[in-house]
Ligand binder design. Sequence first.
Ligand code: NAD
Length: 478
Amino acid sequence: MGVHQNYIAGSWVDGASVSRNVNPSDLDDVIGEYAYADAAQTKDAIAAATQALKTWQNSPIQQRADLLDKVGNEILARKEELGRLLSREEGKTLPEGIGEVARAGQIFKFFGGEVLRIASERVESVRPGVEVEMRRDPIGVVGLITPWNFPIAIPAWKIAPALAYGNTVVFKPADLVPGSAHALAEIIVNAGVPAGVFNLVMGRGSVVGQVLLEDPRVNAISFTGSVPTGRKAAATAIGRMAKIQLEMGGKNPLVVLDDADLTTAVNCAVQGGFYSTGQRCTASSRVIVTEGIHDRLVGAMVDATKALVVDDALKQGTQIGPVVDQKQLDQDLSYIDITRKEGAKLAFGGERLNREKTGFYLQPALFTETTPDMRINREEVFGPVVSVVRVKDYEEALHVANDTEFGLSSGICTTSLKYASHFKRNADAGMVMVNLPTAGVDYHVPFGGRKGSSYGPREQGRYAAEFYTTVKTSYTMP
Ligand code: NAD
């Protein structure tokens, strides 16, 4: 099998170097070789996107709608195969991988429809006889920088609206998951995207990503990743007045009140905390529990966590796949160590596991008796590590839930309408879940957070237009 190439200016091209992706469930399984671009090739892609913008920004909406719909249909038709590739390179279980691919397909189809709904607005002028019109223009060339944990859904929810609203794209996927990105690019190319409108540039963040952030021809950057990288990205992009949108980390609370349905609460906590190996920005990493239900909940959570099947992502029956790579595994183990030393009780898990194949397997770890000031409750681990905080009542629970620099997703389990309503209004987060895990969202509504989790306009749904367009107000005296 040859090296998977980058797609620049309408051609598949070799890179300056080659990288391999490895299956985290089986370290002997090398999935493929991928071309890594250098700075010059990244600039070639930006030049192509700049040139293509002239035509694409005025392309017929039917052409764009058809393209996106075709991409969506192809993704959906191949969801099993693409889901398998995704699970093999990222390590989430096969049902999770297929589910993510299906979501990517739906996103393309959604934005295929949105193209037909781009509307202008006319208002009366305060000056007699003058006509005023507000329309949404494309923002221009957009650089898309994505993380490894949703290798196809996150690229989809950036590429689809970018193209829908008439922008051209330079897409830089995460280093660990080039396979899903390449497969998606092939689908977009085969659907007939004009040369230069869409470019795939695989490579290092410090090389490809940095050029995208610095190049004045890139009008906007949509970034999803960690807080430290996001902060640096923002400083560079804002320094040259580029538009930027950042989606970053979380330390998402799940509040469980005395009146909660125990089965629902356990399911929300275990599913939200450990599924996808805890590697979700929306994972419920802090479970904040009132005194009356605390011991019952912890007991049931320990039982449920013990019963989780940790194994090869592609094996039938696996519930928790491996950690994505050695670096992330080291980070998870280091937080387990730190939390023990800070005096929390390890109620279950936290051990490395051996399976038939050599992989990055980690037993989900559940800590109890933690306090809000501990590092485990303040910093994102991004692994299968959940902490429980005991609180007196709802008021303290809400305070602890909001006492974080993050603000992505916030959940509550309760049967009380009063507390559910109050929490929805007062949780300091971009997304709030009642009797549902903090992770798991729809594809047709806005996604994003507050405080340290996000910066700039929301992604997804109709709100994506805020980022991918710029408003023009025109005045006419007929
Ligand atoms: P990361 O910050 O390490 O990398 C993100 C992307 O930035 C990658 O493509 C990387 O190559 C690139 N990059 C690295 N250095 C760069 C530089 N100097 N200039 C430009 N680009 C650079 O994040 P990750 O480890 O891939 O992903 C995990 C993080 O993503 C977690 O913090 C998680 O919470 C977050 N995340 C957030 C959301 C959300 O929507 N809020 C969704 C998924 C993941």
